[in-house]
Design a protein around this ligand. Structure first.
Ligand SMILES: Nc1nc2c(ncn2[C@@H]2O[C@H](COP(=O)(O)OP(=O)(O)O)[C@@H](O)[C@H]2O)c(=O)[nH]1
Ligand SMILES: [Mg+2]
Length: 957
């Protein structure tokens, strides 16, 4: 086939055949090397000739060696232009592709491979019918000599991409997503001879992907997969302060770890432990979180961090002040989730008839027709919701869904308490006043508000508006919250007070009235700290609301803004506590004002209170609710819980000062006994209870009530009990109802005792009778001196020791006196009558009755003196003095009020309530000289020695 080989002279005449034998290898006759590099285009022109029917093919060289990526042109020259050659590789027809092209131009037939790969190696020839060219053997040197297996790497580890090329002078480029990778602080590029390295110091998740490596025109791809180091990341947490919290993560591979909080390294401490409970599991535990623990927590492992936020919710202030045990119960409940809720209590105070009730109606967008000042004591409670975002007020009226259905994290609960007739009600004030309320102090500015001076607050009534303003601000000031809050630094005190001047429609010159009222308030309050409660003066008319629309709206907005400053605003509570609050609201909606403890327990289990400790948790809940003023509960008289103040008001109003209002008492001998002796006889109690509406149901009402109660209880009872109930006779219902009423009456007495309104005084004869000192008529002190025959030379009187308060809320007269009545045994007069008087008690200091302690309360002071009916010279009563100051300390703590005072001494024959001649003990300017203008010749030491063991004189030395 190749017999007639002829060597045609190369066109260029560059090369000559070296051998004529067809068995000799052919030489490359012409090499057009385009690139200077070994990788380039190789063009091979014909060197040998094959002939067929006088048609001849000039073939390229028989052996070619190319570098991958270079191009190849095999040129075959046919002796005729009319024919076309086909190309073959390893005897297979070569088709055109992107990379392979065939060309014919004249006699020249060219096969081009743009870029050769090692796969292109083989035996090539061209053919025309049976005429074949010589074979060209192509070998290709691979550019890369390394494998490109997919790479897997754990996040944070060092990631290395490697490749080797066939020669050491070849440059390599690394690419990802078509962009060339450049060296930086994380990436280094390195080569050593034929070996090329791309190193990531610490692999990141986004380093995953397809990488390209380019050498010359050859490109290789390498798939890289980075596996996340963290199988489980840290989770952000929200937790109630005081609870423990754990941050935990799990990783793929064991490494040393470091924990950070807000970018600072965290170490083990008494409150924080760092450990690894399992292999590859790391944990940070805060045993008891505080607000300081809030922040961003991170764990750093092998240069990879996982972070989570810790939000610590503050325990409501009221809970903080409760016992350790209650806090624990609260926290246990909080473990199952907490939610925020917003409560506002608004208390309307002020003189009768100034328009409190009307104002409240107007705030609720109600009409005021039919509003009459209530005769006697009453309380009206109204509720609304405030949308936290739009600040819109939502009222009960004209509302399809009950208020309680508005979600408590989006709506504030707003409760208004409107008292009527509080001036007769002073003894019970502190039951209803709260530290956590906003006070609207209402004043009718059309009235003369100039202040009258008054001598004795108890005896006098407040006739002028000014007295009311002063009295109420004093009262509210006792509830001052020591605020450390940022917002309170601006010289303000909580609870906030807004003074509202009503009756603007009645004044001629509104501008002038406003001005003079402002001047008056300024004068009244001067520099007194109680001024700091005042937030605003607002003037309006309840009868002309359309003219004062803006003022009513301002007031609504102010109430909302002030509410935010109150500590309990936005308290975080266990979700199940909020659930129980809602259940209780539902009961109040159904006019259940007092419920039994068992009933509360039933509700608590409904709200999934902890099963084993339902009592304990319920108690803590009730104490908290009591604390913030939502209900009345005492854990030593648990049997009932007062849900609405109205119930208590109803009880109080029949006991405290009914005389003024209810003429039917006028012919009651028991009442006159109470007024003269303080003795609250059993008969009187019984009679008074008949006036308490809620405790004096008709038989029908009692039955209905009992039925209702029973239905409720029934739902909670187990089946067996249900049946038992069903069998009960009507009669039994009745007795049960009566029994419950009886219990409630007993409870009412206990509550009054709890509030120090009634007391069982200690006497030598084991007394079980109740006394109500606040309802007694006043007795002249001189008369008491007479009764005890004190002005007798057999009796010597000590000096007076007393406390003078800046302001003593009326209720505290009772508290102080009653506390004495519970500790000291009362003296008796003429065998039977107890020596108790309005604001005065005479106690026996020893069984021989020779030493009597008299305690006297007067306006803003309490004073005491010992009557010594025996030679008792030199006895010092410092224990009794200490007891008095202890009581005050104790009461302040119990009711959490601030009542500052000064201690004073007064000469034995002085009158206790007279402020003149009081020697204040903190007044260091006082010397031991004569000072008593009345009696001229006592020395300070003489007065002190009865109450203090060490004399000032000795101290001075
Ligand atoms: N002219 C006038 N009368 C008022 C205003 N506010 C209330 N009243 C009337 O004063 C009386 C007593 O109002 P009330 O709201 O019961 O006073 P409260 O005892 O403080 O609750 C009612 O007859 C009201 O109509 C007011 O701004 N202007
Ligand atoms: Mg009223």
């Amino acid at each position: 086939m190749f017999n007639n080989v002829e060597f045609a002279k190369n066109k260029a005449g560059k090369l000559k055949p070296q051998s004529q034998s067809s068995h000799q290898p052919f030489l490359i006759t012409s090499l057009d090397i385009i690139d200077a590099s070994p990788v380039g285009r190789l063009s091979v022109t014909c060197t040998t000739v094959s002939c067929y029917n006088s048609i001849a093919i000039e073939s390229p060289e028989p052996e070619l060696h190319l570098i991958e990526g270079s191009s190849l042109r095999l040129k075959y020259k046919l002796s005729t232009e009319e024919r076309k050659l086909h190309f073959y590789k390893n005897n297979n027809y070569i088709a055109e592709t992107k990379n392979i092209t065939k060309e014919k131009s004249g006699v020249l037939n060219v096969l081009t491979i743009k870029s050769v790969t090692p796969e292109d190696k083989g035996l090539y020839y061209a053919a025309f019918f049976n005429l074949r060219s010589k074979v060209t053997k192509l070998t290709v040197q691979a550019m890369f000599t390394s494998d490109f297996d997919p790479i897997f790497c754990i996040e944070g580890d060092e990631l290395q991409l490697k490749c080797s090329v066939y020669a050491d002078n070849i440059g390599v480029k690394w690419l990802k997503n078509k962009t060339e990778i450049k060296e930086n602080e994380h990436i280094s590029i390195y080569w050593d001879g034929c070996n090329h390295l791309l190193t990531f110091k610490s692999a990141q998740m986004n380093d995953s992907g397809l990488y390209s490596i380019v050498a010359g025109s050859v490109q290789k791809q390498l798939s890289v997969t980075i596996q996340a180091l963290f199988k489980q990341q840290l989770q952000s947490k929200t937790i109630m302060e005081g609870l423990g919290v754990i941050f935990e993560c799990e990783i793929e591979k064991q490494y040393p770890v470091e924990w950070f909080k807000d970018e600072r390294k965290v170490h083990d401490s008494s409150n924080i432990t760092i450990d690894a409970p399992k292999e590859r599991v790391y944990r940070l535990t805060i045993l008891k979180t505080t607000l300081e623990n809030k922040g961003k927590y991170e764990i750093k492992i092998n240069n990879v961090t996982s972070g989570a936020d810790l939000d610590v919710k503050e325990i409501p202030d009221a809970i903080k002040e409760m016992s350790e045990h209650d806090r624990i119960m609260f926290l246990k409940a909080a473990k199952n989730g907490t939610a925020v809720r917003y409560n506002i209590r608004i208390i309307l105070v002020g003189k009768e008839g100034v328009g409190k009730t009307s104002l409240l109606r107007r705030l609720m967008s109600e009409e005021i027709e039919g509003v009459k000042s209530t005769d006697g004591i009453n309380i009206e409670v109204k509720n609304c919701k405030i949308d936290l975002h739009t600040k819109e007020w939502i009222f009960t009226k004209g509302n399809k869904s009950p208020l309680r259905e508005y979600p408590s994290d989006q709506y504030a609960d707003c409760g208004f308490w409107d008292f009527a007739g509080q001036k007769e009600f002073y003894a019970t004030h502190q039951t209803f006043l709260s530290r956590n309320a906003i006070y609207l102090l209402v004043v009718d500015v059309s009235e003369d508000f100039e202040m009258n001076t008054f001598e004795n607050m108890i005896e006098n009534q407040y006739d002028k508006n000014g007295e009311y303003i002063d009295f109420w601000l004093d009262n509210i000031h006792c509830y001052t919250v020591n605020n450390t809050d940022e917002s309170m630094k601006s010289n303000l005190l909580n609870p906030p007070v807004i003074i509202i001047g009503t009756g603007m429609d009645k004044v001629e010159d509104t501008g002038k009235t406003k001005k003079s009222f402002e001047i008056y308030i300024n004068k009244l309050l001067r520099q007194h700290p109680k001024r700091k409660h005042l937030r605003k003066l607002l003037f309006l008319s309840n009868t002309k609301p359309s003219e004062y629309k803006k003022e009513f709206q301002t007031l609504r907005n102010d109430i909302f803004e002030r509410a935010k400053e109150i500590p309990k605003w936005g308290d975080n509570l266990p979700t199940r506590w909020i659930c129980l609050e809602k259940e209780i609201d539902r009961l109040i909606d159904n006019k259940e004002f007092v419920i039994s403890y068992d009933m509360a327990k039933g509700l608590a289990s409904k709200c999934s209170f902890s099963l084993e400790e339902v009592n304990l948790e319920l108690d803590s809940f009730l104490k908290y609710e009591h604390e913030i003023g939502n209900l009345i509960f005492f854990d030593d008289i648990k049997s009932y819980i007062i849900l609405e103040p109205k119930w208590l008001v109803d009880v109080f109003k029949c006991f405290v000062a009914p005389f003024q209002f209810q003429s039917q008492f006028i012919n009651m001998p028991e009442w006159s006994l109470l007024q003269s002796s303080g003795h609250l006889s059993k008969m009187l109690i019984k009679k008074l209870f008949t006036k308490v509406q809620v405790l004096n149901l008709t038989e029908k009402e009692a039955l209905a009530l009992e039925k209702r109660n029973e239905q409720k209880t029934r739902a909670l009872q187990i089946l067996k009990e249900k049946k038992a109930f069903a069998l009960e006779e009507r009669n039994e219902h009745k007795t049960l109802a009566m029994q419950i009423l009886k219990e409630k009456k007993a409870f009412a007495l206990k509550i009054m005792e709890k509030f120090d309104i009634i007391v069982k005084p200690i006497t030598t004869a084991n007394n079980e009778e109740y006394y109500m000192p606040c309802m007694m008529e006043a007795t002249e002190f001189n008369q008491i001196l007479e009764t005890f025959n004190v002005r007798n030379n057999k009796c010597s009187r000590t000096s007076w020791f007393g406390l003078q308060f800046n302001f003593l809320p009326p209720a505290f007269f009772n508290h102080i006196l009653v506390t004495f009545l519970k500790k000291y045994s009362l003296s008796t007069v003429r065998e039977h009558t107890l020596a108790i008087y309005r604001g005065i008690g005479v106690f026996n200091l020893e069984t021989s009755n020779c030493l009597k302690l008299v305690v006297c309360l007067s306006e803003n002071s309490v004073a005491m003196q010992v009557w010594q009916f025996k030679k008792g010279d030199g006895i010092c009563y410092h224990e009794n003095r200490k007891y008095l100051t202890q009581i005050v300390g104790f009461l302040c703590q119990k009711y959490r009020i601030n009542i500052p005072y000064q201690c004073f001494l007064k000469c034995p024959n002085g009158t206790h309530h007279d402020i003149a001649e009081r020697i204040y003990l903190n007044d260091v300017s006082k010397t031991n000289e004569n000072y008593c203008s009345e009696h001229a010749n006592h020395t300070l030491d003489e007065l002190r020695r009865f109450w203090f063991k060490v004399c000032i004189k000795n101290l001075r030395k």
